[in-house]
Ligand binder design. Structure first.
Ligand code: ATP
Length: 584
């Protein structure tokens, strides 16, 4: 029952709706008492051997009116109570979605996507059931059960009531216990089904890799094994389900048998009329559902409560990156200016004793270009992630126009930056929408211009529906180079102060890369650009190039200065130049 207390905020908010719904539910239970009583009165008339047509018509009329009332009362309680449950579902779902949007990287490192999906679907449904089915079963089992019992005692006989209803509490216990098992196995079946879904999704998304590695047959075999496993788990659901039906038939049958034997004897002894026995048998029909309901109620409430706790726990998690220290009065113009790094050391939260950046100090004036180069794992992306405020805890500070970036509201900061990673995410919509993702009101001309600057326009015009061509899930229908260029076009449409290309042109050839960088140079003369790359030609025109090794700056300067220094950069330049010549 604690779940009703936990959800009291919602019931208070929807007080009127639930009051109306419960009132109609109670009225339905009372009207439900009428037909059995009428049937009994009719049977008594028939038993007397003569029928008074006026009385008979009145009885039929009463049944018709009761049926009409039941129809409208049911409509009203369903509308109110199911409507309430749907509203709760909507509120919880949007709350969770908003929360997912607010949370940062560390949250997504802690939780797997599949689990988050399960919270947003199964757990929300279980809580929704409390506000719908839970309220219905609680009111029904109490009001309908008790009122039917009272009617049995008043209109029929209290002894028969006690004796006949003896098996029904076992029905309640059976519904509770077996229902528990059924729910457990149902949960397992759901989990197996979602594993199957994940597998299907992963295989379809990774179809290129699967095919090129000749793993098609092996993958199909793995899928078949999962299907067999899922069927086994589902068999368990059917097992509990098929045990439940015979049990309820047995207990209900027993109740009817007792009624007919004991009630029949009472009719023979004239302590009960035939009509009363008929009414009683009809009342038993009214009692079966409330008994089931009590059993169900425990399951619904238990599951709902556990699910609600899980949702609350998730919602209670706070993002580590907050605007606590931020000045809400800052505007875009306040944060346009020089970018200065003074990082003494930075370690990722899951490896706090292993700093990955040491003594990163540099200044980048507005309009300048920074090149970050170095071996794999040298720390290029880590430097960029700090500017994007994916991590806030480090020794030192990064300033933009003299302001510590932690003082700048995150939304304002990110509006100033366009980040293009090596593998950007493309949505399964058309090219136009993907490019204008960060500026949904962008004009077609802006989109085309961004595509031209990214050397993508010609490719798009070759496609079946040019800018309206659908790109498939995560751009499956595009080549790696097309995806990267589309990400750059998306970043250009945003027109932000700082553009970051993090290995963002690795899948295009050197000539195309140079063409793109040249047009970026012209376009972004007064704006800051950061380029992290393995291909040194990409940064040769940068105002400052930092060579990183094990998280430290080991060389710094312009292209010419670094060549003159004869260090790693000069060596690498020669190697890459040679490779290019050999390639040609
Ligand atoms: N989320 C993380 N948690 C813990 N360590 C990480 C995390 N991301 C990166 N690292 C580690 O930090 C170091 C620097 O990685 P980083 O991605 O910054 O290198 P990089 O120079 O960008 O490499 P690449 O050229 O492959 O992109 C590496 O040792 C890497 O293993």
């Amino acid at each position: 029952m604690s779940i009703f207390y936990k959800l009291s905020w919602f019931f208070k908010q929807e007080k009127k709706r639930y009051l109306i719904g419960i009132t109609f539910l109670i009225l339905t239970s009372f009207v439900n008492l009428v037909p059995p009583r009428i049937l009994g009165l009719m049977a008594d008339q028939l038993n007397r051997g003569h029928i008074s047509w006026s009385e008979y018509t009145l009885l039929i009329l009463t049944i018709v009116i009761a049926a009409l009332l039941l129809y409208s009362f049911r409509y009203f309680w369903r509308k109110q109570i199911w409507g309430g449950a749907a509203k709760l579902e909507l509120q919880l779902r949007s709350k969770l979605f908003r929360h997912f949007m607010e949370m940062d990287r560390t949250f997504y490192q802690r939780h797997r996507t599949g689990d988050l999906m399960a919270h947003a679907t199964n757990d929300v449904s279980a809580v929704q059931e409390v506000a719908g089915e839970g309220v219905l079963t609680l009111v029904d089992s109490l009001v309908m059960g008790l009122s039917t019992m009272v009617a049995m005692v008043i209109f029929v006989n209290w002894r028969l009531t006690i004796v006949a209803l003896l098996p029904l509490p076992f029905l309640a216990v059976g519904a509770w216990k077996l229902g528990d098992k059924l729910h457990d196995s149902f949960d397992k079946s759901q989990a197996a089904f979602s594993r199957l879904n994940n597998k299907t999704q992963e295989s379809v998304s990774g179809i290129k890799v699967i095919k090129t590695f000749g793993q098609g047959k092996a993958d199909a075999a793995a899928f078949n094994a999962m299907v067999t496993d899922t069927i086994q788990i589902n068999k368990q659901v059917f097992k509990w389900d098929s045990m439940f039906d015979p049990l309820s038939t047995l207990l209900i049958g027993l109740t009817y048998a007792i009624t007919i034997i004991y009630g029949g004897l009472m009719v023979v002894n004239h302590s009960l009329s035939v009509g009363q026995l008929v009414s009683f048998i009809a009342y038993i029909g009214n009692m079966v559902w409330p008994m089931f309901a009590i059993g169900y109620l425990f399951n619904i409430l238990e599951r709902g409560s556990a699910s609600y706790d899980r949702i609350e726990k998730l919602l209670a998690e706070k993002p580590e990156i907050t605007d606590d220290k931020a000045d809400p009065n800052l505007a875009a113009t306040d944060v346009t200016g020089d970018l200065v790094y003074h990082i003494n050391s930075f370690a990722y939260p899951d490896e706090p004793n292993l700093p990955v950046l040491h003594h990163i100090n540099f200044t980048l004036k507005t309009g300048q270009t920074l090149g970050l180069v170095g071996k794999v794992g040298a720390g290029k992306t880590s430097i960029i992630q700090l500017l994007l405020r994916e991590f806030d805890k480090y020794d030192g500070q990064i300033t933009l126009n003299g302001l510590d970036i932690r003082q700048i509201p995150l939304e304002l900061l990110l509006k100033q930056i366009s980040y293009v990673p090596q593998n950007n995410y493309l949505f399964s919509t058309n090219i136009q929408n993907n490019i204008s993702f960060a500026k949904t009101n962008a004009q077609k001309a802006e989109i085309i211009s961004a595509a031209k600057k990214s050397d993508l326009h010609e490719d798009i015009m070759q496609m079946p529906r040019d800018y309206q061509t659908m790109v498939g899930e995560n751009g499956i229908s595009l080549s790696g180079g097309q995806k990267q260029r589309m990400s750059i076009a998306r970043a250009l449409v945003k027109e932000s102060q700082i553009l970051i290309l993090d290995d963002a042109l690795s899948a295009v050839d050197a000539r195309t890369e140079l063409a793109i960088l040249k047009s970026l140079n012209q376009e972004r003369k007064d704006k800051t650009t950061v380029i992290a790359t393995h291909r040194l030609t990409s940064v040769m025109h940068a105002n400052l190039i930092l060579v990183l090794k094990d998280g430290q700056i080991v060389e710094r300067g312009t292209h010419d200065q670094l060549l003159a220094a004869h260090g790693w950069y000069a060596d690498m330049w020669q190697k890459q130049e040679l490779e290019e010549k050999v390639g040609e």
